[in-house]
Design a protein around this ligand. Sequence first.
Ligand code: SF4
Length: 704
Amino acid sequence: SSGSREHSSAVATHCPYCALQCGMTLRADASGKVEVAPRDFPTNRGGLCQKGWTAAELLDHPDRLRTPLIHGEPATWAEAYDFIVGKIRDVQRDHGRDAVAVFGGGGLTNEKAYALGKFARIALRTKNIDYNGRFCMSSAAAAGMRAFGIDRGLPFPLADVGKAKTLLLVGANVAETMPPFARYLTEQRELPGATQIVIDPRATPTARNATLHLQPTPGTDLALANGLLHIAVAEGLIDSEYLDDRTTGFDDVRKLVAEYWPARVERLTGVPIADLEQAARALSDGPAIILTARGAEQHAKGVDTVSAFINLALALGLPGRPGSGYGCLTGQGNGQGGREHGQKADQLPGYRKIDDPAAREHVAAVWGVDPADLPGPGRSAYELLDSLGEDVKALLVFGSNPVVSAPNAVHVEKRLRNLDLLVVCDFVRSETAQLADVVLPTAQWAEEDGTMTNLEGRVLRRKALREPPPGTGTDLAVLAELAHRLGPGTDAVRANGGLPTSARFDSDPRAVFEELRRASAGGLADYAGVTWERVDAEDGVFWPCPSVDRAGTPRLFEERFAHPDGRARLIAVDHRPAVEEPDAEYPLYLTTGRLLAQYQSGAQTRRIEPLARVAGSAFVELHPDLAARLDISQDQLVRVTSRRGEMTAPARLTESIRPDTVFAPFHFAGRQRVNSLTSPALDPISRMPEFKVCAVKVEPVPAR
Ligand code: SF4
């Protein structure tokens, strides 16, 4: 708990869910009931979606956990800690320290993401830590890093989106996923001569509002981007001066895209040549912004697909120019901060690489340990889940529900059941918590302080309105207590050299943030100059912010890119088919996505009655022509099967989807879990699974 500190009856804070991190005010009435009101903040301008409006309903929900559980039975905290530490000790003694792994989440505060990475590396001394952000934005992160030498989702403030003459959204359905964002889309469409282009295999609400909707075959966005660049080159629309002054690599890209002539791209993608030409011309006419999201990124070629759109942006001279550029729309609440502070398998705080000797030295000094004792890179999220029960015997999960959100979920669930120890920290009994040996009941967002970094790279403050309820604890307190118990004196840790007495784990979020500032200093994501006071006074602070007497950095790349030579890199990337294409047995594409009234694995939002009333269960979208061919009628129960599993849900007939593709939302569990079907094929660079394309068959379920 955060101690005996008094909390006021109203606080200015942010929504617990997505990366827009809308401003909201929380107020407790005399009975303690918490009310949400929208608050004007630069990102949401006073707007909130249904999820934000109803977020407080979970605080006193009957499903809320108020005591630790051991094998489903109530236990004391002391019993739970004894159980966990005893098992960790056994596992590390018998199987080595990497046999214990940690799985984090992109919704955890910066302080928690930081503490989790530190806990894994110096309390458990395991290399095996990764997090669910690997399933979210890792492809865009890797492509941004490769092109620009730094990865910040939007390298400009969100408000720029409303000012671009041309806007291209690739696989982004913000009208449903981040409704307050749609104001910027409306603003942009109303500019004189504006064009708004959406690339999406579905005619989503976002696509329907656009001036131009390109509806490619799933898995062909890369070819589409190369085709747009081909047209821009052929029609003399590229910015040669910019390419000469600020980039390298265009010659190879030009040679490659020469092969993406419009008729070929039309055949590969299904997008008509006239639409391709219209899009390419619009993008080269005035300030333009290209934004990618999960639709482009969740592929086994996700990094290359994003690179193809960055190539296009660079060839048109967009990044670093006012009202122009490329950005990625991060999804999870702290999707940005969650990828900077060391909960990734290959990373140390400050967005440093774990195998970089200088990075190890800096971070080890902050942590009070010997750099030689820091483990090296561990396994990526899916590879980690896939190894459970083999050489990894114990897993600690914070802020994630992989039973619903991981690909190939039938297999992942089996793996989770094979562990010697599964510990889940959560405030409800999520599907993953239901498999756990120990569940630790945690505080919710309105009950602890912390910082989040939104999709713009703006560091924000989450503020506690009230104390965590009796029986619950914060994630930071759990990590501090476990680290303390695993400290010098326990067999497991002594055998591994012991936790140095100089290494501290603080449960106070402010103290953790102060340490995070020092650990990040000099790194790419430099928070050294960010203080909680500045965050309050300045409506958030954009990183990098290397010192307290310097302003943050709302716009990157105005003068130079972050590679040592200051130049951006274009990378020649060739189209390749999805790892699993439809065939005679599984003749259709399956693609997945989100709904307005649900968030991620749904562990939270499925429990909120007003949201469940709007979107309480899954469905399968089919084109009416396909439905007729399969003899399926509206609302009829259908079974969708892939090589890995099946789901059943009612059919929803809609012209908004291609006749060769079916869609299902991924928020649901049990028989409605679409991730039972999805493919674990991984991108070779980002290790992102191919959520957005696999091959399926669909059949009506006979009425009994
Ligand atoms: Fe805003 Fe996202 Fe929360 Fe909706 S879920 S209120 S869009 S932060």
